[in-house]
Design a protein around this ligand. Structure first.
Ligand code: PEP
Ligand code: MG
Length: 324
């Protein structure tokens, strides 16, 4: 980076031919708030609500959750904050709610847990809604959706939480609701899912794990875990075009969005925003400001013809080197 962080912070993420690419951040820890603001994030694309649950000794009460969520919403107001409902299970454990399974990534995780425990879901949804009173920058995101019945059940609970808080006199609108596209089945039902919600967000960490059948945390197969695998790129491209086909915006919030070379491809695919760790935001912004959308699209067209992941990696490297 030959441009200081401070200077970059106030510059828009805009390509040389004037295409605006909103860069959002992923948050969870309280410390993430300040880091995100320092780097000029335009919103929160993923607030991992399980983080405060993981650092606690018991389930936080509704009142405690209201305070935690209000801090987030207030810190970024008026920018939008996308709060994901509790996504535990898999690699995310709560000491006070142990889940023992042989195949945790294929087991009880994300929305599956909270639909089986609607009391957990309802407390959390009510807390998010109450926290947003007077701010109205809340968006709610549902993790690990594998089909329409789960989405419909979650929406029914969200509406119930909404009418409950309104009965208590809390005057909040129903926030925009979105689903994560992170299970392969959801890729092939993007249109059906998108029709029922306000936005989509791709979780490329889990989508890569599930499409390639590679545990995202197992070092032995880490060399096979590759979000630039041609199948992943084809899946992502399809998700964007299907979401847009039904007129819904689609974001991406996995680690891939924070990789500058990958971000260039994602921009060319048409993602409406990229959400990443605050640490990666300046690098991504810097690179996207060096290229035109035209160049990124040409690169994407070329990459989509390559059927070997190593070739995709070397092609991207070569292009990046040419950009300095
Ligand atoms: C993802 O799966 O890409 C994602 C953003 O969520 P998490 O990493 O929390 O599973
Ligand atoms: Mg995930």
């Amino acid at each position: 980076l030959n441009l200081g962080l401070d200077a970059l912070r106030s510059l828009p993420c805009e390509t040389t031919d004037g295409h605006r690419m909103p860069l959002w951040v992923n948050t969870g820890l309280f410390a993430d708030i300040a880091r995100a603001q320092e780097r000029g994030a335009e919103g929160v694309g993923l607030y991992r609500s399980e983080v405060p649950f993981m650092t606690n000794e018991r389930f936080p009460s509704e009142k405690e959750q209201v305070a935690i969520y209000r801090d987030q919403l207030k810190a970024f107001h008026p920018l939008p904050v996308t709060m994901r409902t509790l996504d535990i299970g898999g690699d995310k454990a709560l000491s006070y709610f142990p889940i023992k399974e042989d195949n945790p990534f294929l087991g009880w995780r994300g929305i599956r847990v909270t639909l089986d425990h609607p009391e957990i879901f309802l407390v959390q949804a009510r807390a998010m809604l109450k926290a947003s009173e007077g701010l109205n920058n809340l968006r709610i995101l549902l993790p690990m959706i594998s089909g329409l019945p789960e989405l419909e059940e979650a929406q029914r609970l969200l509406h119930r939480a909404w009418s409950e808080v309104r009965e208590e006199g809390v005057d909040v609108p129903m926030p925009p609701v979105g689903v994560m596209i992170e299970i392969p089945a959801a890729v092939f039902q993007t249109r059906e899912l998108a029709r029922q919600v306000d936005f989509l967000s791709v979780g490329s960490n889990d989508l890569t794990q599930y499409l390639l059948a590679v545990d995202r945390n197992n070092p032995r197969v880490a060399n096979l875990y590759d979000y630039l695998h041609p199948s992943i790129l084809h899946a992502l491209k399809r998700v964007v075009s299907d979401a847009h086909h039904v007129g819904k915006p689609v974001s991406i919030c996995g680690e891939m969005a924070g990789d500058p070379a990958a971000a260039m491809l994602l921009m060319a695919m048409g993602f409406d925003s990229l959400s990443m760790n605050a640490t990666n935001l300046p690098k991504v912004k810097w690179l996207l400001r060096q290229v035109s959308l035209q160049q990124a699209s040409e690169l994407l067209d070329l990459v989509m013809t390559l059927d070997h992941a190593p070739l995709i990696h070397s092609t991207l490297q070569l292009h990046l080197r040419n950009l300095g």
